[in-house]
Design a protein around this ligand. Sequence first.
Ligand code: FAD
Ligand code: DLZ
Ligand code: SF4
Length: 507
Amino acid sequence: MTTLVLILGDQLSLNISSLEGRDKNRTVILMVEVHEESVYVKHHKAKLVYILSAMRHHAELLRSEGWLVDYVTLDDPENAGSFTGELARAIERHAPKQICVTEAGEWRVKAMLDSWHDRFVVPVTINPDNRFLATHAEFEAWAEGRKQLRMEYFYRSMRCKSGLLMDGNDPAGGQWNYDAENRKPANRDTAIPRPLHFTPDPITRDVMQLVTAHFSDHIGSMDSFGFAVTRADALKQQTHFLDHVLARFGDYQDAMLTDEPFLWHSILSPYINSGLLDPVELCKEVEQRYRDGNIPLNAAEGFVRQIIGWREYVRGIYWLAGPDYVRRNELGATRPLPSFYWTGQTDMHCMSQAIGQTLEYAYAHHIQRLMITGNFALLIGVEPQEVHQWYLAVYADAYEWVELPNTLGMSQFSDGGMLASKPYAASGAYISRMSDYCRSCRYDVKSKTGPDACPFNSLYWDFIARNEAKLRGNPRMALTYKNWERMSATDKSALQRQATKFLETLG
Ligand code: FAD
Ligand code: DLZ
Ligand code: SF4
């Protein structure tokens, strides 16, 4: 009795739940490259290369482990172009008695998988994704009856559940969170690490040709492509991070420097999200480094919090909020995304840095996503769907379950505070404090009005004024509104005139 197991492009883990307990002699694994997944948003070329090459390498690994793999390439003339179409063809080829797949990572694909129960005569089993600490039911139970769903409390429950950085029932070091120690601005005197660069092998080079042939109209460059595409290489990057970078991860988590896209970040998200790396295994390694006395607690805790705190929490919010979450627009933002998000051509140095490196590497670190590109879109009031589609397209680690809550909830406050307790809106002063961008910008970060004034300054106050009805009641915004009130009417209207003038230049 043959079981057909479909493995999706972000399920590249040998221990994926759809394979659990399977007999290799009675299983055919199906992996399919489909056009529909490449174009539901126009993914960055390097993201496409990463996913398709990692899929091809994973198929080889599965074969080397003794599995029978039926792999359909994108340029197969018979390719039906969608998961459903390809599954229908595979059922004809293999006449399986049952189909099994691990649950999808987004509502769109979930609906597709759910429709198969009715569409195909062959029974379809959808297994839960076992690569997360919290099940959907656990997150729902945690959220039940809470007025506010704050990450910190969920994170503590995940620490207790996993036992990570725990001394019995207490957090290691006596404190749950060392975030306050994680806000140092970086300077060039500290030697800055670089992530490992993996030279494209023949499989990756074939995929690059495929992407050039089929997706030349997608944004981004493949020239600097250096992602790992196998678990073995992803593990090398993991070890590199643990050995050379992690010790300073905590200190410089929020720092930004010109022409330094990676700083003390792990660059592991593409691998974790597509299944090449196991998040809990990684956190255990981090804890071990701390227990061995090799890294400080603020680094270990800061990193573990990102994975078993933020990452698990945003997934919980995504599924809890439902398929309509994507349409939330609490602040009623309607502006189109400025065209320079697709080119990086802007005279705002912080923006050209964050967007430029995104186009080159399909990567930007968290503070660039949140406080540069996200902050700017929030301040000018871009329609959240446009912001969401940009983030989903441009980053190699972007899948909707993780991207959408971060973009729509955390960065654009479009869910009205379901995820974040206040909008992450900031003026130029924040960017100047956490980066060296302003030093080589044509704008003056200290000026609020006039031809050289940093646009973030007037846009910030314009945002505050524009959204007063929605935000004034938020206790965390009280000080901001007090400051706004204290300003003279002349200053207020000068700021708003400056913002309007700038917004007109965006078209
Ligand atoms: P590090 O800084 O080294 O952090 C370590 C790990 O922690 C990451 O690899 C990631 O797995 C996890 N992590 C950290 N912060 C978050 C977070 N807020 N949510 C989920 N996981 C987190 N992350 C994605 O994985 N995919 C996305 O599509 C994505 N879109 C984002 C969009 C916006 C607007 C914002 C503000 C953040 C987004 N993030 C996303 C979260 C975060 O920016 C990235 O996880 C991080 O930059 C990845 O780089 P890194 O691996 O070097 O992370
Ligand atoms: C993102 C992506 C892309 C670009 N291409 C494929 C593909 O050809 N085949 C595949 O199985 N998966 C691909 N993916 C990942 C899927 O979109 C991903 O599995 C879903 O977004 C998760 O629900
Ligand atoms: Fe960005 Fe303003 Fe600084 Fe220029 S001056 S880099 S626009 S924050």
